[in-house]
Design a protein around this ligand. Structure first.
Ligand SMILES: *Cc1c(COP(=O)(O)O)cnc(C)c1O
Length: 232
């Protein structure tokens, strides 16, 4: 039997150590519990143990699970690929932040929906820093043009960037992905664009969050280190 409480304690110790080692203030690093594939019952345990920000990557799954949680969470984050035909269902779940905007057409449809319903939405732009064809995300070379277009959409607010590091045991390669995201982040921060506030750098998962914190992450998205391995 996995011990979620113990896992969370250990995880917090590791996050604190990384923050200390890189002279970061732990208060500014948000830990997101990635609850995909896990039952509402298990998610309740996480919430009871003080992790109040949860993340899902599938709207279908989130929409059945979240209502079972009796609203004891503070924030729901959407971290999966967004299909335009799911926008309405996603917005019903009131995401605090959508981490994964990477297509202009989808962003436009989201903006139309928000405009019609008199809503605003905070988003992150997902960037494919590892240059893997299988990954979602905007190519780094296209980011400036991409952000220029998104900032025209007045019901969206860009709050930062997200990436998924390369799945490899080569730490240098992973670190390079995170350094690249941070560099793009700082470049965009220097531009004075409307509807853009470079606040969040969402990077780091179970296998690489320590490197991500060292490279400046202020949101880490953690599943397996809390729940153990996923069974799909
Ligand atoms: C599943 C997932 C995570 C968490 O992964 P772990 O390795 O279990 O920590 C983080 N980010 C995204 C986008 C995911 O889909």
């Amino acid at each position: 039997m996995m011990n979620i409480q113990k896992n969370i304690e250990n995880l917090k110790i590791r996050i604190a150590k990384s923050a200390r080692d890189s002279a970061r203030n732990i208060e500014e690093i948000k830990l997101l519990a990635v609850t995909k594939t896990h039952s509402a019952e298990l998610v309740q345990i996480v919430l009871k143990n003080g992790l109040k920000c949860i993340a899902e990557n599938k709207i279908q799954e989130a929409k059945t699970k979240l209502p079972e949680l009796q609203n004891v969470y503070d924030e729901f984050h959407f971290i999966g690929h967004l299909q335009s035909n799911k926008i309405k269902q996603l917005m019903k779940l009131k995401p605090a932040l959508i981490h994964s905007i990477d297509k202009i057409s989808t962003a436009k449809k989201l903006n139309d929906f928000l405009f019609k319903n008199n809503l605003k939405q905070e988003i992150l732009i997902q960037i494919n820093t590892s240059n893997e064809a299988s990954k979602f995300g905007v190519e780094p070379s296209k980011i400036v043009a991409f952000v220029d277009e998104i900032t025209q959409l007045s019901n969206l607010k860009i709050m930062g960037l997200m990436t998924i590091g390369k799945f490899t045991s080569n730490e240098t390669e992973i670190r390079d992905n995170f350094k690249k995201l941070k560099e793009i982040f700082e470049n965009l921060k220097r531009k004075n664009l409307p509807n853009l506030e470079m606040k969040y750098l969402s990077m780091g998962m179970t296998n690489d969050f320590e490197i991500a914190i060292e490279e400046g992450a202020n949101i880490v998205r953690i599943g397996s280190a809390i729940f153990g391995d996923r069974n799909y």
